[in-house]
Design a protein around this ligand. Structure first.
Ligand code: DAS
Length: 360
């Protein structure tokens, strides 16, 4: 009898311990942040013929559920849900994709049961989507873009660890209010200043002179700086009722350049032109004449630079006051295009547009 009594006591003790343990797990899980992963395609969702295929693979073949399943550690850092918003290589990203994605982000972030968002994305236009969202997301909750330079089938694929870091960041209260961020190669970058600097190596994403925001180490993000420019909830742009963005194109400056491409873009109806000039945004004489003519037709002209770092000085290489042009400050041409598109949804006044280039 006594023997049976001991067994049943120990059984009850074990049952109680399991119940308490499960309870604590459930409690801990309840305490984990809720992070939604929005998948759009790219190399992070890519696959190659074999494990040594790091170029010439197919991007955008793996679904969001498989991406999440491939990183079981995610469940330890957040309550993760996945949505497949698109499945494209990001060289095909369009203004329409951006508007769809941004509207979905804003709907999700307005929900109290969503604490942060991770967007998996191709690396080719990742910096552009990140900056677009930096200007139109209406929340201080973390939004983190992440990609991979190698497909998941490759030796030392970088996608899984990049995704893990991105979810860590989106789940972390320190990431609130810091604007849209990019998590790549154990580094945290601001959407405004990061750019892809190498066609294929895993350390491709850099914020060269203005500096990265921080690092990931030991399952934690560490911040060292934040952007001085306005973003997300403090930005003035509202895309909620837009289904189209003004057409803004980029023309590249180089020795012996002609205005043929510029004139064709203006004739095709561009509302804004970003000139990716040589040096400090310098204009070749023939292009300058064509830009002046375009401005007279009401096309907004922004002088940027192909150089990649530094300030394009207003009234430096061209008399912007006299020509009624705008200087891009430190935004590279592809990001200047994004800010100009959004600026033109609010104003056609070049002085107001210039102020926006000093604000964002
Ligand atoms: N084509 C590239 C893209 O989708 C693949 C990648 O690097 O993600 O941006």
């Amino acid at each position: 009898m006594l023997h049976n009594h001991n067994i049943s006591t120990r059984f009850c003790q074990a049952l109680l311990a399991c119940t308490l343990l499960l309870g604590s797990y459930a409690e801990a899980a309840d305490k984990l942040a809720n992070v939604t992963i929005l998948a759009t395609g790219g190399t992070i969702a890519g696959s190659g013929a074999n494990s040594t295929t790091t170029v010439g693979y197919t991007a955008a073949t793996v679904g969001v559920d498989s991406l999440i399943k491939a990183v079981p550690e995610l469940s330890k850092v957040a309550q993760v849900k996945g949505e497949q918003v698109f499945q494209i290589a990001s060289e095909n990203m369009s203004n329409e994709h951006w508007l769809t994605l941004a509207k979905r982000v804003n709907v999700l972030l307005a929900q109290p049961d969503v604490d942060g968002i991770v967007i998996t994305h191709g690396t080719d236009t990742l910096e552009e989507t990140a900056y677009f969202l930096d200007l139109v997301v209406k929340s201080k909750k973390p939004v983190v873009l992440v990609g991979a330079m190698r497909p998941g089938t490759a030796l030392s694929a970088d996608g899984p660890i990049n995704l893990y870091n991105a979810v860590l960041l989106a789940a972390n209260p320190d990431a609130v209010g810091k604007g849209v961020m990019v998590a790549m190669a154990d580094q945290i970058h601001s959407a405004r200043d990061v750019t892809k600097t190498n066609t294929s190596t895993p350390d491709s994403f850099k914020t060269t002179e203005l500096g990265l925001m921080g690092y990931f180490q030991g399952n934690k993000p560490y911040f060292y700086r934040t952007s001085t420019r306005k973003h997300t909830a403090d930005a003035e742009f509202d895309i909620s009722k837009l289904d189209k963005l003004p057409q803004v194109d980029i023309v590249y400056g180089y020795a012996n350049v002609s205005p043929v491409a510029l004139n064709a873009l203006v004739a095709a109806g561009a509302k804004g032109i970003i000139h990716a000039g040589v040096g400090d945004g310098s204009l070749a004489a023939s292009v300058k004449t064509a830009l002046i003519a375009a401005r007279k037709q009401g096309v907004m002209i922004v002088r940027s630079s192909r150089v990649g770092q530094g300030i394009v000085a207003r009234n430096g290489e061209a008399n912007d006051d006299e020509l009624d042009f705008v200087a891009s400050d430190t935004l590279n041409p592809q990001k200047a295009r994004i800010l100009l598109m959004l600026a033109l949804t609010k104003t056609n006044d070049s002085k107001a547009v210039q102020k926006m280039f000093y604000t964002y």
